[in-house]
Design a protein around this ligand. Structure first.
Ligand code: SF4
Length: 280
């Protein structure tokens, strides 16, 4: 099994010395307060929060460590995206966008600015399905999109390569692999909300949830995407209706796109083989 990765506020970094971590900071200047002897190579990436992040301290901007910039309010911070490429130039940069009202606008802009994007989920809201559909359409059909938009991209790859992965892993929220230390030093589920307590058996959480939902929830029981979804949308709110938010449709569209891509690839390979066979 892969080593457990902790997402840790930079102020509490000393609690995970020598372990692979994702460092969280509201102010990049706080990164300078890392304890002496902290190994840069233990930092998988840095998550920055808030508007108008000042430039990273040189030691980090020159280290090649990836930056995950979190828009704390997707609807109001789209303008921030314009400044990011200048402020964090030279960094391997991803923008994480919470799925809140208005998130599709932020994704559209981030994609147009060539940012890698990750969607983060913390609960449903009216209009979510329409925004999700619009965002998926941008990812699949907008010719100007040159970088991945996750979780779409990883699910598309899953359908192409048939690898064993769940949305929990794609979103870096499977507690068997990823956990978060909140500001009070408590270990909680990874993800946007730090209020979600760690389940009693984190190592088997996803398989336990899959078993429970398959036995008790008719939507999940009949859903063809349980293997790769893992009941992601039903936790912690088991009452959420996936049909209402058209969530299985997102998987369905991505699976169809993957099939089409695979067929195109096969046809291309056949044509290429035919052409090379016809050459003298
Ligand atoms: S998409 Fe919804 S219904 Fe399907 S497995 Fe996931 S949580 Fe269950």
């Amino acid at each position: 099994m892969s080593e457990l990765v902790y997402s840790v506020p930079v102020e509490l970094a000393s609690s995970r010395l020598g372990q692979p971590v994702i460092l969280r900071a509201a102010d990049p200047g706080n990164l300078l307060s890392l304890p002496a002897g902290y190994r840069i190579e233990d930092i998988l990436y840095i998550r920055l929060y808030g508007i108008g992040a000042p430039p990273l301290p040189d030691i980090f901007s020159n280290s090649g460590i990836a930056i995950d910039y979190v828009l704390t309010n997707a609807a109001d911070q789209s303008a921030t995206l314009y400044n990011l490429s200048r402020l964090l130039s030279g960094c391997d940069l991803r923008v994480s966008i919470p799925m809140q009202p208005g998130f599709s606008r932020a994704v559209k802009l981030a994609a147009a600015l060539s940012f890698t994007v990750k969607l983060e989920y913390s609960g449903s809201f009216p209009g979510m399905s329409a925004e999700l559909a619009e965002t998926l359409d941008i990812y699949l059909h907008q010719s100007t999109v040159s970088q991945p938009i996750d979780f779409f991209h990883s699910l598309l790859l899953h359908f192409i390569h048939q690898d064993a992965v769940t949305l929990w892993q794609i979103q870096e929220e499977d507690p068997a692999l990823y956990r978060q230390i909140n500001g009070q030093g408590q270990e909680v589920m990874a993800g946007l909300s730090t209020r979600r307590p760690l389940p009693a058996s984190p190592a088997s959480f996803v398989t336990d949830l899959q078993k429970e939902l398959s036995a008790t929830d008719s939507e999940c029981r009949d859903c063809p995407f349980m293997d790769c979804c893992g009941g992601y949308w039903k936790w912690p709110n088991r009452e959420l209706s996936c049909a209402e938010y058209q969530l299985p449709e997102v998987f369905h569209i991505l699976r169809s796109a993957a099939l089409e891509l695979s067929r195109d690839q096969e046809a291309f390979s056949r044509d290429a083989a035919g052409r090379s066979g016809a050459e003298p």
